[in-house]
Write a protein that binds this ligand. Structure first.
Ligand SMILES: Nc1ncnc2c1ncn2[C@@H]1O[C@H](COP(=O)(O)OP(=O)(O)O)[C@@H](O)[C@H]1O
Ligand SMILES: [Mg+2]
Length: 243
């Protein structure tokens, strides 16, 4: 990717080991400011491990993670979130026994009251369904609503970069369309997005640039329009379809 663009994220030569196994091998990716970059790959190749390592949940054994212009490689999660990098994790992971409002407020961290109210209002404008459900227990929401809550909670920290891990997984086509629409509008409002998806077709439609992972390595990368036409991507992830 061109180095003349201002980068929100630069991951360089990242190695991650888990339980004696090397899960990520020399992974390098970049996300420009206000860009959408997608990481594609089959189950178990290391996509979630990459997201968790960027978020500070897992430790890298080698390599570096630069957020804007600062190394965050060894920082704990809460400090990374405070710097403006938030994650909507795989499997949603909302707090089921807490209300929608409580989940959202938690995402705001230590934000001052006035600022918290303003941010909550912005998030509710983006997700009107959450306003209707504010007092409801998060566990009683539908899968699509829980995904919106999960993204909304991440947006409560006003991130400069949002990590989305499989946001469309298990959702009905109509809801998937809505989620991808939201991804586009979040970027339009100025937030860069790193997106991990199984829905390769939709991901390559919304993203500017993409990486393909196999066995813990990046094996292919390029502009999304180019990857959509690449025979390797078509055969492995798009069922060989021409469009
Ligand atoms: N906490 C962990 N401990 C041990 N192995 C793990 C851990 N997390 C992930 N792995 C292993 O790392 C590999 C990649 O997993 P993951 O990053 O979840 O892949 P993906 O998100 O691409 O499906 C898998 O083989 C998985 O079993
Ligand atoms: Mg995963």
């Amino acid at each position: 990717m061109s180095t003349t663009l201002a980068m929100a994220l630069r991951v360089e030569g990242l190695d991650v080991r888990m339980a004696g196994q090397q899960i990520l091998k020399k992974v390098s990716i970049e996300v420009p400011e206000r860009g959408i970059v997608t990481v594609l790959g089959a189950n178990g190749v290391g996509k979630t491990t990459l997201m968790r390592t960027i978020s500070g949940i897992y430790q890298a054994s080698a390599g570096s993670i630069i957020f804007v212009d600062e190394a965050i490689t060894d920082l704990p999660s809460h400090r990374i979130v405070a710097k403006g990098l938030a994650q909507a994790p795989e499997g949603r992971q909302v707090f089921s026994n807490m209300s929608v409002r409580e989940n959202l407020v938690l995402g705001g961290g230590t934000r001052a009251h006035k600022d918290l109210d303003r941010t909550l209002e912005e998030v509710l404008q983006r997700f009107p369904i959450l306003r209707e459900r504010l007092a409801q227990q998060a566990g009683s929401l539908s899968g699509g609503e829980q995904q919106m809550l999960c993204i909304g909670r991440a947006l409560m920290s006003r991130p400069r970069l949002l990590l989305l891990d499989e946001p469309s997984l298990g959702l009905a086509p109509k809801i998937v369309k809505q989620i991808f629409g939201l991804i586009g509008s979040i970027r339009a409002a100025g937030t860069a997005i790193l997106l991990v998806e199984q829905n390769v077709r939709a991901a390559l439609k919304v993203a500017d640039y993409g990486y393909v992972m196999e066995g813990g390595r990046i094996v292919l990368e390029g502009p999304a329009t180019q990857l959509r036409e690449d025979p390797r991507v078509r055969n492995a992830y798009l069922g060989g379809a021409t469009h």
